[in-house]
Design a protein around this ligand. Structure first.
Ligand SMILES: NC(=O)c1ccc[n+]([C@@H]2O[C@H](COP(=O)([O-])OP(=O)(O)OC[C@H]3O[C@@H](n4cnc5c(N)ncnc54)[C@H](OP(=O)(O)O)[C@@H]3O)[C@@H](O)[C@H]2O)c1
Length: 238
């Protein structure tokens, strides 16, 4: 679980562990500050570091995983300079591409690259992040092409707004202040965030777990696949 120290990654790590997987998670923070259960192994790894590709490649070679979930995501500061844009692109697209290109075609392994519906509706605030995720989407196709004729596969799980702790807490606060139900706050958020959303609630983390497990079950058939759990964010055509 690359980027598994908190949020969706920690949730996936816990559930996959409960379902019989032996999980190793990575993140920057020390183990004591992660949201991981005791049964999940943990390695500190900064994916923005100059040595990140070598470190991630070495970890993959030592663990020989049957499943890799690339969940890590870097979010830029409000007005990112070029160095900050490069950091975001490294973590979100370039490091996974370089490390996985060397590993996947030689391993019996499914890789699920977690992507975001931000690629469909970038604005001035989300542009750099969305562009890095769009790069990851394109590089996922390049990885899938490398996997032809091998037992490795690269699939994309593209997600919409998740029911993560941060949003749940924020909605709770607004609901109390406005004397509304949290369900109504969530619906108002979704309508305002993107008129194409056809869901009335945030996407449950367990739905992401089931989607990852589905992609693993498909094995080589999932190579090049795009699985969208995004509330219809791109509208009718895509
Ligand atoms: N949250 C949403 O609503 C939403 C919507 C659509 C798609 N997604 C996608 O879902 C995935 C998870 O999102 P999330 O909201 O759960 O993210 P998150 O809570 O911000 O967690 C991101 C993970 O990436 C790790 N990470 C960040 N920068 C890193 C770096 N330089 N080196 C190593 N690890 C790093 C973090 O660990 P440390 O902090 O320990 O470094 C953390 O474990 C992301 O790929 C995101 O694009 C999320």
């Amino acid at each position: 679980m690359v980027g598994g120290s908190r949020g969706l990654g920690a949730h996936l790590a816990a559930r996959l562990g409960e379902h019989g997987w032996r999980v190793t998670a990575t993140g920057r923070r020390p183990r004591s500050e992660t949201h991981l259960t005791e049964s999940t192994a943990y390695t500190q790894l900064d994916l923005a570091a100059p040595t990140a590709v070598e470190e991630l490649s070495a970890l993959l070679s030592s663990l020989h995983p049957r499943l890799i979930v690339y969940n890590a995501a870097a979010y830029p500061t409000a007005e990112p300079d070029l160095a900050e844009c490069e950091r975001v692109f490294r973590v979100n697209a370039l490091v996974p591409h370089q490390a996985l290109a060397g590993y996947l075609p030689h391993a019996a392994c499914t890789c699920v690259l977690i992507n975001s519906d931000s690629i469909y509706h970038a604005n001035r605030h989300s542009g750099v992040y969305a562009a890095s995720k769009a790069a990851l989407r394109v590089l996922a196709s390049a990885l899938a092409d490398r996997c032809r004729g091998s037992r490795g596969s690269a699939a994309t799980l593209l997600l919409g707004p998740l029911a993560d702790d941060r949003k749940e807490e924020q909605f709770e606060r607004i609901a109390q202040r406005q004397r509304m139900s949290t369900e109504d706050v969530a619906q108002a958020f979704l309508r305002r965030a993107n008129p194409s959303y056809v869901v009335d609630s945030l996407i449950e983390l367990d739905a992401c777990v089931r989607s990852v497990e589905y992609l693993v079950e498909l094995g080589a058939h999932a190579n090049g696949m795009l699985c969208r759990l995004d509330g219809g964010s791109a509208g009718s055509l895509l």
